[in-house]
Design a protein around this ligand. Sequence first.
Ligand SMILES: Cc1cc2nc3c(=O)[nH]c(=O)nc-3n(C[C@H](O)[C@H](O)[C@H](O)COP(=O)(O)OP(=O)(O)OC[C@H]3O[C@@H](n4cnc5c(N)ncnc54)[C@H](O)[C@@H]3O)c2cc1C
Length: 438
Amino acid sequence: MARTKVVIVGAGFGGLAAAKALRNTPASVVLIDRTNHHLFEPLLYQVATSVLTPGQIASPIRAIFRRQKNATVILGEVTGVDKDKKCVFFSDADRENVPIPYDYLVLATGVTQSYFGHNEFAQYAPGLKTLVDAVAVRNKVLQAFEQAEAEEDPSRHRDLLTFILVGAGPTGVEMAAALAVLVRSTLQSEFRRIDPARARVVLVDMAPRVLPTFSEDLSTAAKERLQKLGVEVRLGHSVDLIDADGIIVAGERIFSKTVIWTAGVAPSPAGKWLNVDTDRAGRVRVQPDLTVPAHPEIFVVGDTASLDQNGKPLPGVAQVALQQGRYAGKLIHSHIVGGSTPKPFKYFDKGNMAVVGKGFAVLQTGKIHLSGFSAWLAWAAVHLEFLTTSSLRVSVFVQWVWTYVTGQRGSRLIVNHHGSDKGTRSAAAPLGTVAVTK
Ligand SMILES: Cc1cc2nc3c(=O)[nH]c(=O)nc-3n(C[C@H](O)[C@H](O)[C@H](O)COP(=O)(O)OP(=O)(O)OC[C@H]3O[C@@H](n4cnc5c(N)ncnc54)[C@H](O)[C@@H]3O)c2cc1C
């Protein structure tokens, strides 16, 4: 008899947990992702600010499942689902809309960047969602310092050495603090014509406080810490415009060549593929067992799913995705082997954390609110624990200790990933002149 086929789309936190929960299930598990790696998104900002290398926060999916004999990994982009024929379609390097049949389907396709209807901002303000994004931001930041050092006209230094983060949630706060530490410590002794410590780091948000999902006391602690690091925090106004010259906020133009978008996300098109009810943001409304109505064989988990608990929607965080993925895997296992059915999904909230520069974090779990070094130690321990492999844990731990003690970063290379080296030196520029990227 043919084995039951479970197709999982997305090898992020949710998809990976679902696949692992099926390791002892007599089923064939097919895991499809458009990248060949599982990415630890919470540390993306450390790649963008040169602390870690891309290889320290991502692992090949194939390597993670090398011992799970019932799991097959496919590199491909899923483009649709046919609920009636029970198959998903994917495209790869040379084929389009290849069907893969399933008996059970788990969609764990996460979110993408959202510019709140202003897609024209995207070309000037890259986001931070993938490894390619993180390396692009790292290139942009390091390139700005190189250009400023080479630039004779000091009036251009102002734009080059102003870094703007749009969005003061955890990513914006962590990134702003890490940039402030980078410019005031690591880079300080290496430039001769400019003073990197004079660089401006500006954090902008329309919300009245930073880290709005944290309690007010922790928001205040984070804001004070940012200001101590020299970050300009501008709250209460949305950005009116982002263009090649910088941003306009509350009618004021802030000139900058490096604007980074950390403000918003939109779910994957899973709701459209399934043609089912979604919430206002476009996330698929799932039932308490994480399936979609009338389809007990289709599960949606993680950031792309919408489920209320205690009257509030569950947040788009790694723990929710992980616990939901594990739950979906266990439920499918019990359907296949005929075991007891788990109770409806219930999220166990282990708390919230955000790091604000070297040796300082805020932590909120239940009634415990902590800020400072002890919270930072807890943050470091939890992040190490959740990295996918032991080798990454060791490598990241060693790098963090090294960076903490010496101030030196793991990777400060400017790497052009899109085949373009123009900007470092133009072929047309006469020998002896330096061509500066616009
Ligand atoms: C910069 C950043 C910092 C964060 N910091 C924290 C933090 O500190 N703490 C925390 O709890 N959470 C944090 N989060 C949120 C957390 O990472 C997400 O909640 C979590 O990754 C959601 O897991 P997921 O499985 O739903 O989606 P993801 O982990 O995003 O995985 C989705 C997967 O689906 C794949 N995929 C998408 N579309 C397709 C398709 N069409 N075909 C094939 N594959 C596809 C993607 O390649 C990806 O591998 C952060 C997120 C970001 C971006």
